[in-house]
Design a binder for this molecule. Sequence first.
Ligand code: FAD
Length: 439
Amino acid sequence: MNPKYLITIYIAVTLLPLGVSWVGTRPARSVLDELASGAGMLAFAIILAEFVLSGRFRSISGKIGMDVTMRFHQLFARTALLLAILHPFLYRLPFARQLPWDQHGQFTLQTDLGYLASGMVAWVLLAVLVAMGIGRASLDYRYETWRLMHGIGAALIAMLLLHHTLNVRSYDDDPLLAIAWVVLFSVAIVSLLYVYAVKPVLQVRQPWIVSSVLPIARKTWEVTVQPLGHRGLTYDAGQFVWLNVGHQPFSLNENPFSISSAPKSGGDLQFVIKELGDFTSSIGQIETGTRAYVDGPHGNLTIEGRTQPAIAMIAGGVGIAPLLGILRQLSIDGDPRPLVLIYANRIEEQIVYRRELDKFGENKGTTIIHLLSEPPSDWTGPTGLVDADFLKRQFGSKEPSQWLFLLCGPPAMIESVEGNLIDLGALPGQILSERFNYD
Ligand SMILES: Cc1cc2nc3c(=O)[nH]c(=O)nc-3n(C[C@H](O)[C@H](O)[C@H](O)COP(=O)(O)OP(=O)(O)OC[C@H]3O[C@@H](n4cnc5c(N)ncnc54)[C@H](O)[C@@H]3O)c2cc1C
């Protein structure tokens, strides 16, 4: 689906409850009171939409990219929190004054603890959930614990807010509005169940086994999984999967890894994995024959449908993984387009598949550039970082509109390279990037 349609659907969904209440026949209140209700409704609708913006739905992240999906998820969570904070403070209405002519309860605020308490608990929980998300990297608990708390917390907030919203007196007599809330809530909960219950059941029917685990560079491993009794995965070069090795499919122990093999090289999936935390540091202990499960493919770092006449790939460290898959696929296809790969590492020992990459460099029109920031004394290649000067030297004299730029690596590097390429005249639509960061 075209990203424009996705944005239109998002806006329509989040504005639906507001629209339904707008067409209702309640008497008008002061602007601040209307804003207070509107802020609450919009916050709840955004929270419900967050469930489908979790990054686990290919129809969304496959179109706009995982990075953009997660940036939206974070931005909208903060927006919802801001609106939720404003919601109770904007009201100018008095508390629970019984007005005989106020049939809808439009001109008083209830003091009914049942409905107020559910709203207040959700309000506090939302603030805690967003704060924990923002500070997650500096909080000392396992990623899987965070994921579990995030899922349960979000479901709890949605349930409490549904209770609060359906029982608030000023809107509780509007059946159309109640239907809108129940439908949005159901979609959110079904999407949560799909990720945590339906997908694992589907994965049980399509198991994989680890067929090899090889050290290929400093703290870096090549892991290959093989389909067990099925035809494997249909994917585009450059995409990634959530990989679960050695755990049952309902486990939360799964991590995103880019596929470094080419779709046309066979049914096995290959990964380049760098040691970072608890799972990746134990890769070397995985035995061949271990059962694995794969959820994917995800992501839009692919060249499918991209018609630019030249391709530039810029990889930072293990960010080479998806670009390797694309490079291998381009080689199998005999793609004639000029291609430049800039592969940046700190030290020489971090370079993976050097011989294979240099062999690609022998193809006409293909240039492979190894860049080191801490080179050994006998290094003859370029040194330093992929900064503005370096990019200017590589692309400054070329027509920027001719290139498709594929970037993958640490978030800080990607952000600076994106900015520098734009400064050189590339358009955002020509730059596809993936940060190895899913928060
Ligand atoms: C789209 C994408 C593609 C990636 N491709 C590769 C690749 O090809 N090769 C590679 O070496 N690394 C890749 N990564 C990074 C890789 O996922 C993390 O290094 C790995 O998950 C760390 O797990 P850990 O248990 O060893 O470390 P931990 O110490 O548990 O986690 C370290 C950090 O990794 C991230 N992380 C951990 N678990 C998960 C999870 N289940 N889901 C999402 N993020 C998690 C979190 O930011 C966490 O703070 C990719 C990341 C993303 C988002």
